[in-house]
Design a protein around this ligand. Structure first.
Ligand code: ATP
Ligand code: MG
Length: 557
């Protein structure tokens, strides 16, 4: 892993709260946080923000961060996601202290619920979840008390145990906290804390047919684990009174503090598992790890380095106010990291052959090429030069304007790391298409010329006989509008050019040793990485991670 580990977006308001807690020695066991994903999909860039925050805070206070799967919803969750989530967190550069499942606490949560009943703070309601919702009232009107609200403790205990024993069908009864049907906060109007669901759970199998609700489970799981600061997104601010109520009534030994921060919303990206799932289900993308997905696995396959994602999360910081982050902030974090670390290579995406007529037949040279123009410590490599080379079709123009400093008949241009060449002739097929160029080279021009003659342009190239063939997937933004999440139909927002497949690209020979997750700058073209496909062979597939510059700059401002 890189030495550059960002520990925490510095100076945020959460740190200020923790600092004051430390000043009064509130948490004798140190700071303990948790990252609590629901295993109902793959992690996305929004989760990365929460991961960097929770693990980062724990690290910078020499505390601990647990990974807890928030798995109270048996039907929507799958074991497959659990492994993927763990892998993503490790890949991002973090390691949890303890691994838990909320379902590990089902027995304890059940016992706590019996306690609530004993305290007269919970009751079994025979109304359905829908009826409960309909009688909850509105922001201007009180809720209506359930006819079953004042059942005796004995009757409630008996009914709750029978719910657990499986005597009732799905939705026939619920357990509700007995709080206040007049509360201005709707979450406090006798919320449902258990529901009946005869469903198999991926961790607990068929052991349970009643499942605790999120709000009830989360605060108690935090308390059981001794979490000191329970960081969640702003939409849970209105749930905090319930969080505190449960912990107060049950007098749990640990009283974690819930602190809310703004969710990440990112331009040109969707950060909702449900909406991302639609893209996967409709076949718009090639799975959750499609390189255009804002999932952690997608960004990984695309070639985004984990350090760049962490740097992005640090940059955007943590606030109390929702906002939309510009996609350039992410893309520039990726560019900056790659610009600093990615070794340079030569590759030609749209090849045009050039035969250098005064270069001896059969001869080949190995020229020295720097791996990074600003970092001599990254060393050099040898690249083949020979009589036949490929250059980029776009780097040739027949009737070129004056300022075209690339290849054109009669003009001299520098080949990167090699010689000056001058185009002498154009070869065409019967239809008049240019198929090949002829040129001459100046044998004295390697590394500049003695006569001080300057050429303005430098172009990239590869030796035709030595080059390896590749397919290159040129990825771009999946959506053409910055707010796809707000669309009625995401299909209308798709960028038709989000994937262009280029065949017959030519790469310098040394790239045959590249491995998955090595990232390179192909000079003048962008940053690229091997796609992880099993069928590597000679015909390799590369992904374009990102262009050298933001070609959307005009569109997105
Ligand atoms: P989704 O709508 O994608 O399912 P979620 O919030 O329901 O998102 P969880 O798996 O429950 O997803 O989230 C795990 C943790 O990640 C939670 O603490 C949640 O607050 C945080 N999280 C999820 N999305 C974001 C986001 N966009 N920005 C910041 N934190 C997020
Ligand atoms: Mg969720």
């Amino acid at each position: 892993m890189s030495s550059e580990i960002i520990t925490d977006p510095s100076g945020n308001f959460i740190r200020n709260i923790i600092d004051s807690d430390i000043a009064v020695a509130k948490n004798p066991d140190g700071v303990i946080t948790r990252f609590p994903p629901e295993p109902n999909g793959y992690l996305h860039i929004g989760h990365a923000k929460s991961i960097v925050l929770n693990f980062g805070i724990a690290k910078s206070y020499s505390g601990r961060c647990n990974l807890r799967f928030d798995d109270t919803n048996p039907e929507k969750e799958e074991g497959e996601y659990i492994e993927a989530i763990k892998q993503d967190i490790v890949w991002l550069g973090y390691d949890w202290h303890e691994l838990h499942f909320a379902s590990d606490y089902f027995e304890q949560l059940y016992q706590f619920a019996e306690q609530l009943i004993q305290y007269g703070k919970a009751y079994v309601d025979d109304q359905s979840v829908d009826e409960v919702r309909q009688t909850r009232g509105t922001l201007t009107e009180s809720g209506i008390e359930s006819p079953h609200r004042n059942r005796s403790i004995e009757e409630n205990l008996n009914l709750f145990r029978r719910m657990k024993a499986g005597e009732f069908g799905d939705g026939e009864r619920v357990l509700r906290a007995k709080i206040d049907m007049d509360s201005p906060n709707l979450n406090m109007r006798d919320p449902v804390i258990y529901r009946i669901k005869h469903a198999r759970h991926h961790q607990t199998g068929n052991k349970w047919c009643i499942y605790p609700m999120y709000d009830y489970t989360h605060c108690l799981s935090d308390a059981i684990e001794g979490i000191t600061h329970s960081l969640c997104t702003l939409e849970f601010a209105d749930h905090r009174p319930l969080y505190d109520w449960v912990l107060d009534v049950l007098s749990t030994p640990c009283q974690p503090q819930q602190i809310e921060f703004a969710r990440l919303q990112l331009e040109y990206a969707i950060t909702s598992k449900r909406q991302l799932n639609i893209l996967v289900e409709d076949g718009i993308v090639d799975g959750w790890d499609d390189p255009r997905m804002p999932t952690i696995s997608g960004m990984r396959r695309r070639g985004y380095p984990p350090q760049a994602i962490r740097r992005f999360c640090e940059r955007i910081g943590v606030t109390k106010k929702d906002s939309t982050i510009k996609i350039d902030v992410l893309e520039n974090s990726v560019r900056e990291h790659l610009n600093e670390h990615a070794p340079r290579r030569l590759a030609v995406l749209n090849p045009l052959k050039v035969v250098i007529e005064n270069y001896p037949q059969g001869r080949e040279e190995k020229l020295e090429a720097a791996n990074h123009p600003q970092k001599p410590e990254l060393g050099t490599r040898r690249i083949f030069f020979s009589r036949e080379i490929y250059v980029e079709r776009d780097d040739f123009m027949e009737d070129a304007p004056k300022k075209f400093f690339r290849l054109s008949p009669g003009r001299e241009v520098r080949l990167r790391f090699a010689y000056y060449i001058t185009c002498t002739k154009i070869i065409r097929d019967d239809d008049g298409n240019i198929t090949e160029l002829r040129a001459t080279y100046d044998p004295e021009s390697h590394g500049g010329t003695a006569d001080g003659r300057k050429v303005k342009g430098t172009i990239h190239w590869v030796s035709a006989n030595h080059a390896i063939d590749a397919q290159i997937n040129v990825y771009d933004r999946l959506f053409s509008t910055p707010t796809p999440w707000a669309a009625n139909d995401v299909h209308d927002e798709l960028n038709p050019d989000s994937l262009q497949i280029l065949q017959g690209c030519k790469l310098e020979a040394g790239l045959s040793d590249a491995s998955v997750e090595d990232a390179f700058q192909f000079e003048r073209l962008g940053y690229f990485t091997l796609n992880h496909t099993p069928e590597h062979g000679d015909n390799r597939i590369y992904n374009r991670i990102i262009s050298l510059r933001d070609s959307w700059a005009k569109v997105s401002r």
